[in-house]
Write a new protein. Structure first.
Length: 283
């Protein structure tokens, strides 16, 4: 083994214990799933991590905070046909988040859907008092109902993402094992530091999740080693390999844990769920 190889996370390690059952639920910890680069696995990770944690008896709420509504579609919700979504609650003078929560096919997993209307929110919020705290205000009434709330952020560093980071306790950065994907992480970590300093001192980087890995390629292995060297123990030991099953599950509007429960992709997200609980990032 080379020195570089020793930096690679080992996704075959199943040492993370199965989480103990909970006797009660809440208050929720809020995680923002964020990376301003698109196509790195944010929504895939939001859906499948949430579903895996729900399998382990955690009550999880996904907040679709991307106008594209991919998380909603991936969990079987046709948000375009809904009269009310997260957008309506975000701009309401008296929001009622419970009225827009939709149960999914996965027990213990609910979603607050989004559609293209959300793209107008930044324009409307720009003149609001405490505009960066709008999402935190909306989520406050349901904190005691869930163990974890995962916000699926849009691929940008605009006002919606600032709202997500201001509401969150932690950030998970899905990172494709590709050099161009690495370049934007510095911008995001700088944004996290600014939010910590000015708006949300409790915010922390929970971890970097390596996604779309192909261990057969030298490029993937080199990027993994570089990320491991740069972020140290902030890199999750679990990584997510590239597989056609993820887009297949998306088309079926199901988490991979339901679509192909015995597939290695489903096993990887269950392992990630156990690692998240082991790290104290979920009850």
């Amino acid at each position: 083994m080379t020195a570089q190889d020793s930096l690679l996370p080992d996704s075959s390690d199943n040492s993370f214990p199965v989480p103990e059952e909970l006797s009660s639920h809440g208050p929720a910890r809020i995680i923002a799933m964020s990376n301003q680069k698109g196509g790195v696995g944010k929504t895939t990770t939001t859906i499948n991590l949430a579903a895996a944690l729900a399998e382990y008896g955690r009550k999880v709420l996904v907040v679709d905070f991307d106008p594209q509504g991919a998380a909603s579609a991936g969990l079987g919700v046709n948000a375009r046909a809904l009269d009310r979504t997260i957008y309506n609650e975000l701009i309401a003078s008296k929001p009622d988040i419970k009225s827009v929560i939709v149960p999914t096919s996965v027990p213990n997993l609910d979603i607050v859907p989004a559609n293209i209307d959300l793209s107008a929110a930044e324009i409307i919020l720009i003149n609001e008092v405490a505009r960066e705290q709008s999402l935190a205000r909306v989520l406050r009434p349901v904190l005691d109902d869930y163990d974890l709330i995962i916000i699926d952020c849009q691929p940008s560093l605009g006002l919606l993402t600032i709202n997500a980071l201001t509401a969150a306790h932690g950030v998970i950065i899905p990172l494709e094992a590709e050099y161009f994907a690495m370049r934007g992480v510095a911008l995001l970590t700088e944004q996290i530091e600014r939010i910590q300093d000015r708006l949300n001192p409790r915010l922390q980087l929970d971890g970097v999740l390596l996604t779309m890995i192909d261990m057969r390629t030298l490029h993937s292995r080199e990027v993994m080693a570089s990320v491991r060297e740069g972020f140290g123990d902030k890199v999750y030991q679990t990584y997510i390999a590239r597989t056609i099953k993820f887009p297949d599950a998306t088309i079926a509007a199901l988490p991979i844990t339901e679509y192909a429960p015995n597939h290695s992709g489903a096993q990887a997200y269950r392992q990630l769920a156990r690692e998240v609980v082991s790290r104290g990032q979920c009850a």
